[in-house]
Design a binder for this molecule. Structure first.
Ligand code: FES
Length: 102
């Protein structure tokens, strides 16, 4: 997370730029698959943080995922589904980088 003013002049991707209803991002699909949301208020931030931590290589374990997602609060306590979604998306990403599941 960062303040928007600190990113002046830089390209910023928001949830609206991540996927489309017809073609959601893999993390968005994983959140749907694992019920990683209830009211949806926190979901954009959760998804964007998940995309970032996966791309930066911080999804090596459930504890690491929890640590890197810890700045996102969910008043609905959808944490088990969120963790499962991030884990699934991270594993799919690792498979894609490695050339597919073996
Ligand atoms: Fe409601 Fe997270 S799903 S705050």
């Amino acid at each position: 997370m960062t303040l928007a003013i600190m990113q002046e002049g830089r390209r910023v991707t928001t949830i609206e730029g991540l996927g489309t209803p017809e073609s959601p991002h893999a993390v968005q699909s994983a959140f749907v698959e694992h019920d990683g949301m209830q009211c949806g208020f926190c979901t954009p931030g959760q998804v964007m943080s998940a995309v970032a931590l996966i791309s930066e290589g911080h999804a090596g374990s459930d504890d690491e995922i929890r640590e890197w997602m810890s700045g996102n609060l969910c008043r609905c306590a959808a944490y088990p589904g969120i963790l499962a979604a991030v884990r699934t998306a991270a594993m799919a990403n690792a498979d894609a980088v490695a050339g597919g599941p073996s």
